[in-house]
Design a protein around this ligand. Structure first.
Ligand code: B12
Length: 302
């Protein structure tokens, strides 16, 4: 078969021929063959790559990242958009499937765009819970173990974090709202920089139509109680990876800051704290269920 012309490919994708040419020039996604007259001829495989690029861009990926993900392994992207050379740190993910190994490889090579595109693609295809639990989590653990074992690679944790945040944030629907509309409040506890779980939680809640306010890392106790009071939040969720700097009295104080408030906590940092005044969530699924239930209770009593 002779392959497709630029015009035919453009027609099937619903874009202009100049866009297809530009993707070839700029990102290396071009025809693998030429006709005897020297014109580009696209195979079905070439077309599938362009289609994949288009889907990733539509899902929110930046075009260079989408192209890097669409190109076959080892292929050079267009000028200025290399996939990153070989080498980089090896993050061990024993027994993991191909997708997880690919993500770990991209993270080890500091290929931010590739990581973002892969996470976005998984979000679009599988949703938040499988993307977090089965794809992102094993690579985060591998990055942490690499740092722990070698004392190097903190840049991998930073880049991975950034790429995952970009993907989850662009996936979550962030509601435009007034203070009257009840949203749950998500925060990293005092001194806590680990907040990736909260990005996953916000995206999972938004998938279920539950709005959330995100206070981010290192939120002081005073800010937490002030926010739940002002916004009339039905629930607050506080994450701690490092030993939590809030104690039982702080959790009790949060509960009285707003009548009926659900106080939920998550993360290994709570292990040394008396959490009887709160609901301790052990997984993303559990946190989603607790926060969703708090919104249902509020809407029934409103
Ligand atoms: C990314 C990362 C960072 C980023 C954080 C960026 C960000 N915005 O979040 C940066 C680079 C800033 C960072 C900094 C530090 N980090 Co760090 N970091 C990580 C890494 C790689 C991933 C963290 C993460 O999100 N993990 C995913 C969560 C979910 O893992 P988890 O809590 O163990 O998950 C369990 C449960 O909580 C549950 N779960 C899973 N998902 C969810 C979701 C919800 C909602 C719930 C409720 C439960 C749940 O399942 C898991 C158990 O099966 C981890 C490695 C690791 N293994 O986690 C290290 C790690 C947490 N960091 C560590 C350390 C030591 C640090 C630093 C002190 C030094 C450093 N490495 O630079 C600083 C401290 C900064 C501070 N003051 O907070 C250690 C912590 C050891 C400890 N317990 O004391 C780890 C474990 C690395 C290691 N192996 O030593 N880090």
């Amino acid at each position: 078969m002779a392959g497709m012309s630029v015009g035919e490919v453009a027609g099937r994708l619903g874009v202009s021929a100049s866009t297809v040419r530009m993707w070839g020039r700029r990102y290396g996604l071009t025809a693998s063959e030429r006709s005897t007259g020297g014109h580009r001829r696209f195979s079905e495989e070439d077309f599938s790559r362009l289609l994949r690029m288009q889907q990733l861009v539509t899902a929110g990926a930046d075009p260079a990242a989408a192209a890097a993900s669409a190109l076959p392994p080892g292929a050079a992207a267009g000028p200025g958009h290399g996939r990153g050379g070989p080498g980089g740190a090896v993050l061990a993910v024993p027994g993991a499937d191909q997708r997880v190994r690919g993500l770990a490889r991209a993270a080890g090579r500091l290929q931010e765009g590739v990581v973002t595109a892969a996470v976005l693609e998984s979000l679009a295809e599988h949703g938040v819970l499988p993307t977090w639990n089965d794809l992102v989590l094993p690579v985060l653990v591998a990055a942490g173990e690499h740092w722990h074992a070698t004392g190097t690679g903190i840049e991998i944790e930073h880049l991975l974090t950034q790429a995952v945040i970009t993907a989850f944030t662009s996936f979550a629907t962030i509601e435009a709202e007034t203070v009257q509309v009840s949203s749950v409040v998500l925060a990293g506890g005092p001194g806590e920089d680990h907040v990736l779980t909260l990005h996953a939680l916000r995206a999972a809640l938004s998938e279920r139509g539950v709005a959330a306010r995100f206070l981010g890392p290192r939120t002081p106790m005073k800010a937490l109680s002030g926010t739940v009071r002002l916004t009339r939040a039905p629930a607050v969720f506080v994450w701690a990876t490092l030993p939590a700097r809030l104690d039982a009295a702080d959790l009790a104080a949060l509960r009285v800051a707003r009548r009926g408030l659900t106080v939920a906590v998550g993360g290994p940092g709570w292990e040394t704290v008396d959490t009887a005044q709160a609901t301790w969530c052990r997984s993303l699924e559990e946190a989603v269920a607790v926060l969703e239930a708090s919104c249902r209770r509020t809407s029934h009593t409103a």
